[in-house]
Design a protein around this ligand. Sequence first.
Ligand code: NAP
Length: 293
Amino acid sequence: MDFMKGKLVVVTGPTSGIGKKIASDIGSMDANLVLACRDINKGRQVAEEIIRRNNSAIIDVMHIDMSDIQSIKEFACQFREKYSRLDVLVNNAGVNLTGKERQHSTQGIELTFATNVLGYYLLTCELLELLKSKASARIVNVASTLASDVNLHDVQFEHRPYDAMKAYAQSKAYDRMLTWAFARRLENSGVTSNAMAPGLTPDTGLFRSMPVESRLELSKRKGCSIEDGADTAVWLASSSEADGISGKFFEKRKEIVCEFRDVEAEEKLWSICEELTGSTFMANPSIRKCSPL
Ligand SMILES: NC(=O)c1ccc[n+]([C@@H]2O[C@H](COP(=O)([O-])OP(=O)(O)OC[C@H]3O[C@@H](n4cnc5c(N)ncnc54)[C@H](OP(=O)(O)O)[C@@H]3O)[C@@H](O)[C@H]2O)c1
């Protein structure tokens, strides 16, 4: 697809499921791809698979742990040293944990919130200058229609019983709310910010830690293929039809209503992310040194 030829695209979580399909589809469009993954060997395998299908694909595999603030900042520093622009950022990497036991990130933050919410927020903030250096650039956030249990006074489940499923549903509502908060800040900048829902896609690795019975139950529900799950994100990232569209929520390439639109709540979430990551929108580039972090 000529529209994507030579464009620089970052995909997080490209080593499995929906992200792998997004990367593979974008790799077939002659875009330059950066696979941002926590397991470099898996990333290299994915890169080889894409190159086998499309000889001319240009792929860089870079390490990032999306649950770890330090790792995201390190990735961003290395990225800024290598590249002076960015056309598309696809925030896709996510976890869906199980059980009633809280797990924590390196910084001691509840792991689902750290990965699915702070990860999206921080990586976007860190790469924003490069996105803004292009006349038009796109942020695509992989969210979900499964979204609930929002409590901005207790985003890390410190004052309510921990439930991994609820933490996941909350994180996916926050992915949308951050998308609207970025879109608001980026109005008239040429950078668009949209969220999408893949639809239930049972064949990815997302449900790997679920008990066998729950996975069996899930497989009986009518879900979509990985191809279909990835399709709307690929369309938002690469289609000329999506040009200039921002602040919208899509499923199956159609705009759908988001029940989590509330500027005050979005801004409260923004402040929480800002405080926990120590990173802000358009931080002064002069203070962005690669080391020490
Ligand atoms: N599947 C569904 O039904 C569904 C529905 C709605 C939304 N979604 C969303 O779609 C996105 C992709 O999920 P999926 O279903 O494709 O699941 P998946 O197959 O488990 O893929 C998740 C990807 O995220 C990566 N990842 C997880 N934690 C990471 C971390 N700390 N740092 C860096 N990368 C990390 C994984 O890396 P590894 O390969 O190293 O594990 C993998 O590449 C998620 O945001 C999910 O919430 C999925």
